[in-house]
Design a binder for this molecule. Sequence first.
Ligand code: NDP
Length: 328
Amino acid sequence: YKKIVLASRPQGQVSPDNFRLEEAQVPAIGDGQILVRNHYLSLDPYMRMRMEDVKSYAAPQEIGAVMVGGTVGEVVESKNPKFAVGDKIVGMMGWAEMGVSDGVGLRRVKDGPIPLSAYLGSVGMPGMTAWYGLTQIMQPKAGETIVVSAASGAVGSVVGQLARERGCRAVGIAGGPEKCAYVVNELGFNACIDYKAGNLQADLKAATPDGIDAIFENVGGEIFDACVARMNPFGRIALCGLIAGYDGEPMVLNNLRNFLTMRLSMRGFIVSEHPEFWPQGLQELGELVASGKLKFRESVAEGLAAAPEAFIGLLKGRNFGKQLVKLV
Ligand code: NDP
């Protein structure tokens, strides 16, 4: 079977040379283990941070080791009484077509009415990120205005839809007219600003006539700065991601003064920090997806060999919705 390992650490932008595709023998499993065939691999921005050897919330990816990654797949052989052949499971099997596990940290899921791939998106880690940041950090009240950047993506799309469910005005920021039209017409946000159109500050002002009460920040840089300038007193900021800076661009905040004058609070968070919220969050997300109320979109690359280019595309905004790789 095929697997992809980290070949070298990126200097600035990630390049295909940072990865290496390898062939591996299907291993014999021991007592307590299962053999899993992965159907989908999730590509996520955090992987860019793991490729660097810096202090972070998780240890860096080791050179020569299989790239870290969330997967959904099927048990094909089992010597573990808790898993049967055919069970569908979500786990962290990495950038590989197959893998061996002792079952720890795997979640068993049903195929339908929620499609398997959604367990890597709206009903998985990205959806949970949206749920946690919104309900636990932003804590918006009905009638408040929230803004979310990277609004058409895996996390951002869920943030706005959950905020609308809670009676908020949801304003998205995304790159290009097609993504913005989708965010408003399909996802039901009140407005979406195309930051590539060149009128970010004026467009944001027009879309937030009552100011902004809470931000869900995914991008950083100019986009974040423009939002900070529109914050109302005691506004809350859930700092979820800074994707504009992951490839090495400096992140500058010019409107720091607004933190003082508007008495803002900002909290960085990692979705795994409070696992006790996951059952409740996944329950709500699963019900909303199953009933068709929570909409999502996927960009699917075909075959493991396509993963490096798809990952580079994700960091450049070439994905439209949750980026996946279909393995089998
Ligand atoms: P998305 O599906 O949103 O894809 C990434 C998107 O980011 C791109 O499509 C692009 O959208 C946007 N983007 C990329 N580069 C830039 C740039 N320079 N300026 C502006 N926008 C850019 O990815 P996810 O939903 O998986 O992740 C969104 C954010 O959430 C990331 O920052 C990620 O790190 C963070 N995250 C944090 C977690 C946590 O626990 N804190 C957990 C999961 C995700 P566009 O075309 O609109 O620019």
